[in-house]
Every structure is written in C-alpha cells, then in structure tokens.
Ligand binder design. Sequence first.
Ligand code: LLP
Length: 427
Amino acid sequence: ARTVTRTDTGAVSVGGLDVRALAEEFGTPAYVLDESDFRARCRAWHQAFGGEADVFYAGKAFLSRAVVRWLHEEGLNLDVCSAGELATALAAGMPAERIALHGNNKSTEEIRRAVEAGVGRIVLDSFQEIVRVAHIAERLGKRQRVQIRVTVGVEAHTHEFIATAHEDQKFGIALAGGQAAEAVRRALKLDGLELIGIHSHIGSQIFDMAGFEVSARRVVQLLADIRDEHGVELPEIDLGGGLGIAYTSDDDPREPHEIAASLTSIVTRECQAAGLAVPRISVEPGRAIVGPTAFTLYEVGTVKVLEGLRTYVSVDGGMSDNIRTALYDAEYSVSLVSRASDAEPMLVRVVGKHCESGDIVVRDAFLPADVAPGDLIAVPATGAYCRSMASNYNHALRPPVVAVNDGTARVIVRRETEEDLMRLDVG
Ligand code: LLP
C-alpha cells in the first residue's frame, strides 16, 4: 500500500489509520486494502495504454463487489473465469460488454449465462468450445464476440522464459502443427461466432519482457496468416496478464507505462513488417494491480526459540489465508507494525496455526529480537491470490478484507463466522 507511514508512537498507519485501531475494530487476521492505491494503479494502467488499448483486470487475483465498482469507475474492463466471478461482476453493475469470460473448461451453463448477459467477449480455449459457444449463441439468437486463446510456445516465469516444452499444458490451442490456424478456420465458418481476435497468456509474476516479445511476434504472424488465407484482418489481440510485482526488495517490477510502450512498439513493428493494420491491444493484469495494495495484519501468538537453530513466530492465521508460500515457495517480507523496537533484527520463520509443518507464511524474515505475543505484524503484497485462494482448512474462518481510504475503514468482505460454516453443513 502506498499510504503506509510510521506514526510518532512507532506504530504503522495506513490510509491515515493506526493498525492497532484497525486490529481492535476488525480483529486479526485481516487483509487491509488501500483503496486509493488500488485506484491509482487502475489509473496508471488505464493511462499507460492511453485509450489505444484495453485493460481487463483479472478477477481471479481478488474480486468483490467494491472492487468491481472501483474498476468500473476507473474505466477498466474485467476478466472473469467462472460463473461466480461473472455473477459478482454483474451484481456490482459492471456493464456486460466490458466483461471477458475465460476458462479451459467453461460449463454449458457458464457459457449460456455469459452469452445471455451479453459479455463483450468469450475467450475460446479448445476445439470443443468453439462449437459449444457457437451453438449456444445460435440457440439464443445471438452472435457472440470471441477470441481464440493460442499457446505460442513460450512459458515465462519470474526471471526467465522458456521457448520449449510449452504445448504440454491444458490451456489454449497450440500454434504449432497448424492447430490454431485450424481453430480459426472452424470459428470463421460458424454463424454464432464473431471472431474478433487472438489471445495469448504466457505465465505469471514475470519481469522479463522478452517472453511477451516472442508471444506478440507469434500472434501477429498468425494474424498475417489469417489475412493471407481468409482475407480478413482480425481487429484485436490480447497479450494476457502476468506482470510481476515486488514481494521482496530483490524484485524489480516494471511500471505500466514501460510495459505499454514495450508491447505497443513490438506489435506495431511486427504489424508494419507484415503489412497489417495495428490491432487493438488488450492486457489482463491481476496481481500487478491488486497485489501491492493490501497487506495481511496478524497478531503474534507464540514465539518458540530453538537456540542456535531457528525462531518460530506463530500468527493467528496461516496457510488458510495465504497458501502461496506452501504452494509455490513464494517469498514475502514481514514487519512489526504495532510499535517501534530498537532490538536487533533476528532471523525468524513466520508460521500459521494450522495442523501441519508446511504451514509457513514467511520462510525467512527478520523481525526485532524482542517480538512477543500480542505484537501485530504485517505481511505486505498479499492483495493478489491470497483472499481469492483462501480456504477453511481446520475450519478456519476466512478473514475480512478491510478497505482503508483517507482516514476511513470499511469492511468490503466480512469475516466468516461459525454460522457461515454451519450453514453449509446440513448433515
Ligand atoms: N489472464 C489469464 C488468462 C490468466 O490465466 C491469468 C492468471 C491472468 C490474466 C492474470 O495474471 P496476473 O497478472 O495476475 O499474473 N495463483 C497464482 C497465479 C495464477 C495465475 C493464473 N492466471 C499465484 O498465486 O501466483
């Protein structure tokens, strides 16, 4: 969050509010989300792509009705990948034409609801789905705007990209072996579909633009092939999401304007070389928008010192509110936020309260050596893929999301209660 400061008392404040007051009012653990930061990031993406391109926020990173309203107000579009996300988007007033539906195995019901609502695009992910969406649209008397998701043969991760062994994945239709060209052939023949473009998503938490460059080049080549074969120039390409954020000080993320400049210049250059009009470009950042805007506030419960070995600091949440460390070996940092401390920094492992040893929140981090039960600690950059991947493991009650803005705090997703658990347990 951008509005984090340390007050005279040594405690941290965010959005003008002392974290001790937030913990008092909303309890811990809690995700604290800086609304002004979220909006600023939306605006930065919107401005970077300058109206020449579209930004589709990837709802899988974190979605709630308030988030949908902020996106709408800031001029962003929304990528959803399930009926649940679609329902949230529509319930919060996102115009259907600004919604894109994704997924490698959309159900017939999901497709029907999306077509009926009039979503701006459905991203087709398989040969079966081309036919399925066409039939549903025809039955509803509609012509659905679609893109075809291709796998371009690039798999990108944080600091590298691999241009081999990429077709071996469940998403999309391979460019290799003429698969994507065949998909285009079939889609163009179906009355229920209006093929508007090609989509490519190469991975997540990426810093190196080289993977996007290869992806853009291959997608533009496909557009040129389509023009040569069918005489049509598809008007749009989508280069997906995946832009990395700083989880620790080692990470060096790109600003939206650098990303926009890089992507548009590659696409423009490749299109000029192929004699194509430059298509409208869209991107789907999730993590890069919401990730840095929130931190998780925990209370320390126990401190176990193993002399000469390690210190375990246990917090009142864990893998149920942040599965990323256990699942991906993700790296995070942590700070003592309820007070100042002059104690020496000490290497600790921050762990949760769940019944397994892999329940680690921050594998290796420094906290002042006097950290003690009752202290509040914060793990930054938990806005993306933490609440959205949270679970009820051990019947944990999923934490609330508290939005802070300019001296006010309000709950946008409330804490679960035991009644919520009981409601589902109908045995
Ligand atoms: N577009 C498509 C088609 C995607 O599959 C994804 C993410 C995005 C956009 C957004 O990517 P982002 O900009 O947020 O990196 N749970 C994992 C990340 C899974 C990403 C899945 N797809 C994590 O916690 O790191």
